[in-house]
Design a protein around this ligand. Structure first.
Ligand SMILES: [Zn+2]
Length: 117
């Protein structure tokens, strides 16, 4: 379960941001994760809650939002969204090229918003 190490990185980043802005209580953090980043949001939330007990982040709400997969065809350069059950072979809907497309989004993980006081 790699959510533990991801949660740890989130905690580190949030802590740094809170220090920078001189705030003492975390209210909410919003995280966006890619459709193929292999994140289980429930596991990430649980890891985050466990890890923040006794800190300024305890009780904060962790919101997650999935970023859909977008690919760019290597042949015709058009962008498309492959279906979830189609991730191994991503057929371009425009020219039907099947392999070698560039992934534009869907692998990322980042903090979009931190709310604190
Ligand atoms: Zn194409």
């Amino acid at each position: 379960m790699h959510e533990m190490s991801i949660a740890q990185s989130l905690v580190d980043i949030i802590k740094e941001e809170m220090d920078k802005h001189n705030v003492t209580k975390l209210i909410k953090v919003k995280v966006k994760y890619g459709q193929i980043s292999a994140i289980v949001p429930e596991a990430l939330e649980t890891a985050f809650q466990v890890m923040t007990v006794g800190t300024r982040m305890e009780g904060a709400k962790l919101e997650t939002e999935e970023v859909p997969l977008r690919a760019k065809c290597r042949n015709c350069s058009k962008e498309f969204s492959p279906q979830e059950d189609d991730l191994l072979i991503m057929t371009c809907p425009f020219c039907e090229t099947e392999f070698g497309h560039e992934i534009i989004s869907g692998k990322e993980l980042y903090i979009e918003e931190i709310e604190a006081e």
